[in-house]
Ligand binder design. Structure first.
Ligand SMILES: [Zn+2]
Length: 424
């Protein structure tokens, strides 16, 4: 469990360093005076911290702000190439592996076949990651992030995933030991939310939701600038919100869950019932066929999507009413059929949203495996930028790999007690 650390000069220095690095990483390029203002730090503290970060090769002067008479302010930005991270999106039948720099830019990408159900799945994953580590030769790797469809104990790296057929798999510790790098694991929708917060629209937003549709229905909740996980780590099981009493059986064993009505298997089931796709279709083939029919204007196929869109819109209205987000991002493989879901979704969303909350923006993000893998890598980068306020081993181990981290922890007795707490 994460435990709050006791205050000490070293901790305060660490907090200031992390806060400044986080601000530059997420909001930069930025001037020292602006850093001081945003973090409520004194000018000498900012000068000292940024000098250390420059000396460590993590930040540099990248530009000058336009001058309005006086001396133009120097803008500080990350040294993107100072370190890299690997990100992996795991699907039942494939992996996407990316290597990103500190700015989250993808430097290398590979899409590989994978069989999550195979007895040697984890060993195979280790082999493939070993190759990616070899390919990265020469670059300084901070760690590996993995996004997994399922419930993840992110602190201990343990995965429970019916979709992958994985029961209580200690993925983080196993990979960490085999590969000798910090390994962070999280639910894949959460990794998408983290990426959105670090690099996307979430940079300027403290409260937003990412909803994913496809094989299942997922939800990432960002509240107050950080991922909300709930008491036991399972927050975001949006797919299992009850919608219809005595509705169709869900994979979870309950009846009438949202997922059992609008996820791909449900849509394919409805298409089979309606005679639109062959009875023996796989989910992938069935959904592709259904989408093609809808694209061609088949009214029965379009009805299936419209019905699903309305159910989803009503369910998202429930989220908006409870959480009052600044915006909602819809993504996932299912978003490829968004043109057929959109009208019914919007109508139902508006109709069921509390009047003062109506008009919340919904943005549809095109599906891309690499984007999810980048989100997984963002888990590592986020740990880099996180304040070392809590004793969390895995994030500490990522920060310990930052250039200059070890020799800066106990030196210099200065730094005011104006530590800023800032999480990404
Ligand atoms: Zn369910």
């Amino acid at each position: 469990m994460a435990r709050l650390r006791r205050g000490s000069p070293a901790l305060i220095r660490g907090l200031n360093r992390a806060a400044v690095l986080a601000l530059i990483g997420t909001q930069g390029p930025i001037a020292r005076v602006e850093i001081a203002r945003r973090l409520a730090l004194s000018a000498p503290t900012v000068t000292e911290v940024t000098r250390d970060l420059v000396a460590d090769g993590l930040i540099r002067v990248v530009d000058q702000a336009a001058s309005s008479g006086g001396r133009p302010a120097l803008l500080l930005g990350l040294v993107a190439e100072a370190a890299n991270a690997l990100g992996v999106k795991i699907a039942p039948d494939r992996l996407a592996i990316v290597r990103v720099n500190l700015e989250g830019e993808i430097l290398a990408r590979s899409d590989e076949p994978f069989d999550a159900l195979a007895a040697n799945a984890v060993a195979d994953l280790i082999e493939r990651l070993r190759r990616s580590i070899d390919d990265a030769d020469g670059t300084h790797l901070l760690g590996i992030g993995l996004g997994v469809p399922g419930t993840v104990d992110a602190q201990r790296g343990i995965v429970e995933s019916p979709i992958l057929g994985w029961e209580q798999v200690a993925l983080g510790p196993t990979l960490g030991e085999a590969l000798g790098l910090p390994v962070l694991v999280d639910n894949d929708v959460n990794t998408l939310a983290v990426a959105e917060r670090l690099y996307g629209r979430g940079r300027e937003a403290e409260h937003f939701l990412t909803v994913t549709i496809g094989l299942g229905v997922g939800l990432g909740i960002v509240v107050g600038g950080d991922l909300y996980r709930g008491a036991r780590g399972g927050a975001g099981e949006f797919g299992h919100v009850p919608v219809v009493e005595d509705g169709p059986l869900c994979e979870c064993g309950m009846h009438g869950c949202l997922e059992a009505l609008v996820a791909d298997p449900a849509l394919v089931g409805q298409a089979i019932e309606g005679g639109l796709v062959p009875r023996d279709s796989s989910i992938a083939d069935g959904i592709a066929r259904l989408r093609t029919l809808a694209d061609e204007g088949d009214p029965a196929a379009r009805r299936i999507y419209a019905q699903a869109g309305a159910i989803l819109g009503r369910a998202v209205a429930g989220l908006v009413n409870v959480l009052s987000p600044q915006f909602v991002i819809v993504s996932g493989e299912g978003a490829r059929a968004w043109s057929h879901l959109a009208d019914a979704f919007s109508g139902a969303l508006r109709a069921a949203t509390f009047p003062s909350l109506r008009g919340v923006a919904v943005e549809v993000d095109p599906w891309d495996d690499a984007k999810w893998a980048r989100g997984a890598a963002a888990l590592v980068l986020r740990a880099t930028f996180a304040a070392p306020l809590y004793e969390r081993q895995i994030e500490d181990s990522v920060r310990a790999r930052l250039p200059g981290a070890s020799d800066r922890s106990e030196q210099r007795p200065s730094a005011q007690a104006d530590a800023a707490e800032k999480s990404v």
